[in-house]
Design a protein around this ligand. Structure first.
Ligand code: NAD
Length: 248
């Protein structure tokens, strides 16, 4: 897949699947713009891939608007938006306080909505564009002990479908990947202590039909497919990339 001449924006590009997507798009020839709240991580990936870096919080709509406007001013267009920025809260409903609930919704739902709304203003003018959102297995099925996260990812799936319908006639496609358990820093975050390799393998043996975690690059492959012309007849789709987790 060649992305030569394409301008891409990837949120959450400093780490995990966002970083894998930045690397894959850059090596396929795209001009990549990386948006993240983590400056150190972003600068490392940018040095490696030649991406432009924009540091800020996607839950701030002014930041989203200003950043995307400045990218269009400088680079002429945005062909591809990938929304990978996200956070997890490992807490059941009774353990979730107001601030935690609002923060999960702010980053995982508002952040995706603000970025989509900002980019759509440009894509509607151009009458073309592709958006790929990061949903989750937890947007398709629920899990105990991750209430707010499940709700946020369900919202991302519905946002993806609504935007796909609203913009199908504008030449804009909107899809999402719904990964299973992926070997990124997120799998270790929000726990009392980070799981050991053996504990993660035990989790995989118990819950994942293929019996291993995904590597971030395996998800980025699907993101690139959805971002490319090869998926020209796909919009409004939520694609599980979960080793059969939700096939049951
Ligand atoms: N790891 C998994 O098992 C898994 C499974 C399914 C879905 N997901 C989703 O995939 C996406 C990528 O996850 P990952 O595992 O690569 O996570 P990660 O923690 O490795 O990376 C997330 C990135 O988002 C950035 N970020 C967080 N809050 C931000 C904010 N407010 N503004 C800008 N950037 C922000 C972080 O700095 C980080 O670089 C997330 O949306 C996550 O919810 C992860």
């Amino acid at each position: 897949m060649s992305f030569t001449g394409k301008v891409a924006v990837v949120t959450g590009g400093s780490s995990g699947m966002g970083a894998a997507t930045v690397r894959a798009l850059a090596s396929a020839g795209a001009q990549v713009n990386l948006i993240d709240i983590d400056r150190k991580g972003a600068e490392g990936i940018a040095q490696e891939t030649g991406s432009e870096v924009f540091i800020g919080d996607v839950s701030n709509s002014e930041f989203c608007d200003q950043t995307l406007n400045s990218i269009v001013d400088a680079q002429g267009q945005i062909d591809i938006l990938v929304n990978a920025a996200g956070i997890i809260l490992r807490a059941d409903a009774l353990e979730t306080n107001d601030d935690n609930w609002r923060r999960i919704m702010a980053v995982n739902v508002d952040g995706v909505f603000f970025m989509c709304r900002s980019v759509l203003r440009h894509m509607v003018n151009a009458k073309s564009g592709v958006i790929v959102n990061f949903g989750s297995i937890w947007g398709n099925v629920a899990g105990a002990g991750v209430t707010a996260y499940c709700v946020s990812k369900g919202a991302v799936h519905q946002l993806t479908k609504a935007l796909a319908l609203e913009h199908a006639e504008n030449g804009i496609r909107v899809n999402a990947v719904a990964p299973g358990e992926v070997n990124t820093p997120m799998i270790k975050s929000g726990r009392d202590k980070p799981p050991t390799v053996d504990e993660l393998q035990d989790l995989a043996n118990r819950t994942i039909p293929i019996k291993r975690l995904a590597e971030p690059e395996e998800i980025a492959e699907v993101v690139l497919f959805l971002a490319s012309e090869r998926s020209s007849y796909m919009t409004g789709s939520i694609i599980p990339v979960d080793a059969g987790y939700t096939a049951r």
